[in-house]
Write a protein that binds this ligand. Structure first.
Ligand code: PA5
Length: 446
């Protein structure tokens, strides 16, 4: 495996006995998952996906990606939550957070429909001026407000620019196989469609067409991504947490949670992993945060955030633990230059690779945080590539499911997401919400 869990910094927080005691719970959670007998078992399509994905559709994704690469300067990816975070995370992790600014042969990729900000929408529209555009709208339900509004706007733009026929060649829809207004509309309009499988929830969908089409457009090897995920799925079969790092991670989280550590901070030392942490936050936040339970997922990029949140992590409320992503080979090096004047007094670093400085910063930070009472889990990755990232995605998905079952929640629903939507629709005057609108307005005015 290209991923290794290093738990040596947990020794002062978790005893050998505690690992032994929780094994039975891990066994039960793993059995529930493998036998598909637990809550949310209609949404386990992601478990076998790395081997059992739709090969015909996979080939179509590659063909569509090539068509998009050949016909546009800009791809607009419209989607929110699980319908956008995975693609963006993978593109930024493997290419760059500055992907659009790179000198490259693949189109720029802008994400729209992931907020309710007029400014954000206007900015993306402005960036499209005078450029050839394709759109990939992604929505399982087809009715989510944010992407639906953005799709209205970009569909109209494409139809005005290219005519209905031309727009048809440039709009790619990823949605439910059969149900929903977006599916019906796409069939009627003749758009090429891709499927969000019925048994894969949004936050587990990055390795379906939801993530794969935009990722392939960015020029990333989606075969390697799937191979990495498949490798992880074959590796993490034995439930013994002495042998299974993925389940061990799930076990550690639950042990720490029961000791009052209810915030997990995903820490990395590379800005390219910031969006990956956003994907991880949705995966764990939406899967576990329910029934008044769960670990709150937070994230930092060090050393940047050592100069902002570092104080709190070191010395604030003792409620958190950290999971540190350590990538051995990022593919980049940088030698620190000598300064004959030594104005900053840093000539002891001259000639040193920046990666070496980063490693010492990481080691020093881990020891300081452990001394400050923050358990640190280290996830060691051998390299920054599609295969390893595929492994890491699957590692976190599987651990999330097992951890959620250990916590005693249904890791595959998200009932809490509906509450704000109902209030918003009522306040906006959606037909059928009249009584609720009145009650909410009274509260707002009272
Ligand atoms: O994980 C989830 O289920 C959510 O984040 C959804 O992906 C998000 O709400 C978007 O839903 P939809 O794809 O139906 O537009």
């Amino acid at each position: 495996m290209a991923i290794k869990l290093n738990d040596k910094y947990l020794s002062s927080f978790i005893s050998a006995c505690e690992y032994e005691n929780i094994q039975a719970e891990v066994n039960a959670a793993a059995k529930t998952l493998r036998e598909k007998s637990g809550a949310g078992n209609a949404f386990l399509g992601w478990v076998d996906l790395p081997d059992n994905y739709d090969k015909e559709e996979f080939a179509r994704i590659k063909t569509a990606a090539k068509k998009i690469q050949d016909s546009c300067d800009v791809l607009i990816v419209i989607g929110i939550g699980g319908s956008y975070l995975g693609a963006r995370a993978v593109i930024e992790f493997l290419k760059s957070p500055l992907y659009n600014n790179l000198n490259k042969k693949t189109p720029d990729i802008y994400f729209a429909g992931n907020s309710i900000s007029a400014g954000a929408l206007n900015e993306v529209l402005a960036l499209c001026e005078g450029r050839d555009i394709c759109v990939n709208v992604i929505s399982k339900s087809g009715t989510t407000t944010e992407p639906a509004v953005a799709f209205r706007v970009f569909r109209t733009l494409l139809e005005e620019k290219y005519g209905k026929e031309g727009a048809r060649e440039r709009i790619f829809v990823t949605t439910d196989r059969a149900k929903g207004t977006l599916k019906q509309f796409s069939t009627d309009a003749g758009y090429e469609t891709f499927v969000v499988p019925d048994d894969v929830g949004g936050r587990f969908s990055v390795l379906t067409a939801v993530g794969l089409l935009p990722i392939a457009v960015a020029g990333i090897d989606i075969d390697e991504l799937m191979k990495g995920a498949a490798s992880a799925s074959h590796t993490y079969m034995d439930a013994d947490i002495a042998k299974n790092d993925c389940y061990r991670y799930a076990a550690i989280r639950n042990i720490l949670y029961r000791k009052g550590k209810n915030v997990e901070v995903m820490a990395s030392y590379e800005p390219f992993s910031a969006m990956f942490s956003e994907w991880w936050k949705q995966l764990y936040g939406e899967s576990e945060g329910k029934d008044q339970k769960g670990i709150f997922p937070a994230s930092v990029v060090f050393s940047t955030d050592l100069h902002s949140l570092g104080q709190f992590i070191q010395d604030g409320t003792r409620s958190m633990f950290e999971t540190v992503i350590d990538i051995a080979d990022t593919g980049d090096t940088f030698t620190i230059p000598n300064d004959p004047a030594n104005i900053d007094g840093l000539n002891f670093l001259s000639g040193m690779d920046l990666n070496e400085v980063k490693r010492k910063a990481m080691q020093g930070t881990i020891l300081a945080h452990v001394d400050g009472g923050v358990p640190n889990i280290l996830l060691e990755l051998d390299a920054r590539n599609a295969f390893t990232l595929g492994e890491l995605i699957y590692f976190f998905e599987l651990a999330c499911a097992v951890s959620g079952y250990m916590l005693g929640v249904n890791p595959f629903d998200q009932p809490g997401v509906e509450s704000y939507k109902k209030n918003m629709f009522a306040l906006l005057g959606k037909p059928g919400y009249e009584e609720m609108k009145k009650a909410l307005e009274d509260r707002l005015e009272g």
